[in-house]
Design a protein around this ligand. Structure first.
Ligand SMILES: Nc1nc2c(ncn2[C@@H]2O[C@H](COP(=O)(O)OP(=O)(O)OP(=O)(O)O)[C@@H](O)[C@H]2O)c(=O)[nH]1
Ligand SMILES: [Mg+2]
Length: 614
């Protein structure tokens, strides 16, 4: 059997390659309305009109064949057949943004010189229409000497024609590569062609420019950004209240049923104290996570995120970070792992290293359950003017992480990752209404990821902790409590030596090790430990929040919150840092500096709040 022919999707960043890839293959790769979303090659299968299959590769966007950053290098290597694991593609689909023809055509001309069979997908033709731009496709095709197919990737328009052309291309012979041309000459030619084939009636991008006059305004711009963030964090508490109450009631009901139906014994304890009290305590936070992501997805898809990056650029430049670092840092709010991978679009190695090292300080969604439990237990649900205090504290914790990251960047840039900062260079995407289908798919995927974690790593760590906290059972007549006597209890006592100076109790110390698996585990672990500690049925009904409130002094709670902001947690993050920096040096460095930072900050919080509260 011969391998299926390979077709590569290439083009400038944000042209819609991944959208087209998803439409052609049925895949669900991430798309976003900003440059640099895709950083790795992805392969899928596509059926041609004659029923045969081709392999199709989605590539990171690039402006030219001379790569500047690691993700662009991937694209060049695949195109040149130098990717190592792979042969060169048999044909190329070059995706261009119809509303930005003059910039995108230059890369088409550069690619055309490779002599490979190639078709141009003239994408986003709908947006060109919206702007009142008409493009003479036949003439464009003739001038380029390449087939041109108008497409609207997000509405699946033009796909059949694209398939036809792809089929035709595969039977075409490659011609020897032409002489490499000077970039400037190509730029001129691109401009000439773009002018010849487009007619403008409305002003191109007029709507986008009008919005940007306000969104990037030196005074209103930051105000709008601040207002959006404020609303986002208020909504996380306000909108999630009802669905969270339903889930909570559901879990409590399950616990009651299990406690009633199962015979007394280890199995009942594992289900009630381990699985339901632990994992159930985490699942409750699904609504809050989805609300946060709904906001982030809308901001990403509308094109506002890049404006936020632009507004933040002054601050970022001040601490020696590249404006490009904004997007990886932003992705880290979901999880540091994709964030750290997204740093591949940063060309300067020192810039990139700094961004990797501070990415874990961005509040990943796994921290949300921990924050939410602590806030619900210790921060009164009170209105302050327009704002809800709990929402404000949550926003404050996010800001605290960001400020910590900026200070860390400032220090790193002057010590281990010294180097000059570079300017902000990012293309501003057009504003667009978010596409409902993409939103729903995006939320669905986040929900699945969360539930899989709950049913996977969190369940496993919780059951493990339950076992360690239940065994060995103390001998008859011993006055030590079972949990103190257990393995987890003893490990907790050992760790308590380290953590008691910063106000952490025995229970928190017991959660330290399992929490390395995933941050949400600390909520699950506390749920399990407190559930094991209480025997009577009534107390079982008491929620984790109530128990924490009665068991922890406020300074301990505050110190723990601050710890979670800075702590080096989750082994997967360290593993991905090792992969992206090719060695153990930087993950070890990261763990150490974050641990020291978290310890000092939590300690300060504990001692100061104790002095104040008395
Ligand atoms: N209106 C419209 N929007 C589109 C079309 N194709 C893509 N988009 C939107 O354009 C944005 C960019 O799409 P992506 O598919 O992520 O672009 P990409 O070329 O893969 O970008 P990188 O991976 O960053 O290089 C997304 O918000 C898409 O929803 C189209 O034909 N019409
Ligand atoms: Mg992409």
């Amino acid at each position: 059997m011969t391998a299926a022919p390979m077709v590569a999707l290439v083009g400038n960043p944000n042209a819609g390659k991944t959208s087209l890839f998803n439409a052609l293959t049925g895949a669900r790769q991430k798309v976003g309305n900003y440059p640099g979303v895709t950083v790795e090659r992805k392969v899928g299968a596509m059926q041609l009109p004659d029923g045969s299959h081709v392999e199709i590769v989605d590539l990171p966007g690039t402006y030219s064949l001379s790569p500047h950053s690691p993700d662009e290098q991937v694209t060049r290597d695949v195109l040149m057949g130098e990717h190592g694991i792979e042969r060169a593609p048999d044909a190329i689909i070059c995706v261009v943004d119809a509303t930005n023809l003059r910039n995108h055509l230059r890369f088409v001309l550069e690619l055309a010189r490779l002599g490979r069979p190639m078709v141009v997908a003239l994408n986003m033709i709908d947006l060109a229409d919206r702007d009142g731009t008409k493009i003479d496709t036949a003439q464009l095709s003739q001038r380029l000497g390449l087939p041109v197919v108008p497409t609207v990737a997000v509405r699946r328009r033009g796909l059949a024609d694209l398939g036809q052309e792809a089929l035709a291309m595969l039977t075409r012979e490659a011609v020897p590569p032409g002489p490499g041309a000077d970039i400037r000459a190509l730029q001129h030619e691109a401009l000439r062609i773009a002018q010849a084939v487009t007619t403008l009636s409305g002003g191109a991008g007029a709507a986008t420019r009008r919005i940007d006059n306000i969104a990037l305004h030196p005074v209103f711009g930051p105000m709008i950004l601040a207002a959006l963030l404020f609303i986002m964090f208020q909504a996380v508490f306000a909108w999630a209240e009802a669905p969270m109450a339903w889930i909570e009631a559901g879990i409590a009901a399950l616990q009651e049923i299990a406690a009633g139906a199962l015979p007394e014994g280890w199995f009942r304890s594992m289900i009630v104290d381990g699985v339901l009290a632990g994992v159930g305590g985490v699942v409750v936070f699904l609504p809050q996570i989805l609300i946060l992501f709904a906001f982030i997805l809308v901001l990403e898809q509308s094109g506002y995120m890049t404006r936020a990056a632009f507004l933040m650029d002054r601050l970022m430049a001040y601490v020696g970070l590249n404006g490009r670092a904004f997007i990886p840092l932003l992705s880290s709010f979901a999880c540091a792992i994709p964030g750290i991978m997204a740093t591949r679009s940063i060309d300067d190695p020192k810039d990139r290293l700094t961004t990797i090292l501070i990415a874990p300080l961005m509040t990943c969604s796994a921290r949300l359950p921990v924050y939410a439990v602590m806030i619900a237990a210790f921060i009164p649900d009170r209105q302050i003017g327009f704002a809800n205090l709990q929402g404000l504290v949550l926003l404050g914790l996010y800001v605290f992480g960001i400020v910590g990251a900026m200070v860390a960047a400032l220090v790193l840039r002057r010590t281990v990752a010294r180097g000059a900062g570079s300017g902000f260079m990012m293309e501003m995407p057009k504003y667009q209404w978010p596409i409902l289908r993409d939103l729903i798919i995006g939320l669905w995927q986040r929900g699945i990821v969360f539930m899989k974690r709950a049913g996977g790593i969190i369940l496993a760590s919780t059951v493990l902790l339950w076992a360690f906290a239940s065994y060995p059972v103390p001998p008859e007549g011993s006055d030590e409590s079972p949990i103190e006597y257990s393995i987890a209890g003893r490990i907790g006592s050992a760790l308590e030596v380290v953590f008691s100076p910063i106000g952490f109790n025995h229970e928190i110390s017991m959660t330290m090790l399992p929490t390395l698996a995933a941050r949400e585990v600390s909520v699950a672990a506390l749920g399990t430990i407190y559930s094991l500690q209480t025997d009577d049925e009534d107390a079982l009904q008491e929620s984790l929040v109530d128990r924490l409130r009665s068991a922890w002094p406020l300074p301990t709670a505050l110190a723990f919150l601050v710890w979670v902001v800075f702590a080096p947690q989750c082994i997967s993050t360290l593993a991905v840092v090792k992969r992206e920096t090719n060695g153990w040096k930087w993950p070890i460095f990261m763990f150490t500096y974050l641990f020291a930072l978290a310890y000092v900050m939590a300690g300060l919080t504990y001692w100061i709040s104790r002095a104040l509260i008395g």
